[in-house]
Design a protein around this ligand. Structure first.
Ligand SMILES: [Zn+2]
Length: 115
């Protein structure tokens, strides 16, 4: 696992947020290197999963370069994730198929509360 997530190279419509950890990168970055927090999704191997596991439907971006010490990271429950850009909230949940992948890999997944 990388120690720091890639920072988005552009801030446009191709930005997507991981549905599990809320990391924000561009579509191409997820395709090329997957999600640094969620290697179980294998997005860099299985490119269809980029669409399954990320969403372009999110609001708010914070960049968090020291998640272990930041209050906002604790509040967002990302303190154990790699430094990077995160969104405050995603409105979609992972598909049941991908939730099963999480379970198979002993990866914790917390669905959004108001889904
Ligand atoms: Zn992720």
């Amino acid at each position: 696992m990388a120690t720091t997530a890639q920072v988005p190279t552009s801030f446009g419509r191709e930005l997507r947020a991981c549905l599990r950890c809320r990391l924000i990168k561009t579509y191409d970055q997820f395709r090329e290197t997957g999600c640094e927090n969620c290697p179980a999704f294998n997005m860099d191997q299985d490119h269809d999963r980029v669409v399954d596991c990320t969403t372009s439907n999110f609001s708010g971006i914070i960049s968090c370069m020291d998640p272990t010490r930041s209050w906002s990271a604790r509040w967002l429950r990302i303190s154990r994730f790699v430094p990077g850009c995160y969104t405050l909230a995603v409105s979609e949940a992972l598909s049941e198929e991908m939730q099963a992948v999480c379970e198979d890999n002993n990866v914790q997944y917390v669905p959004p509360k108001h889904y």
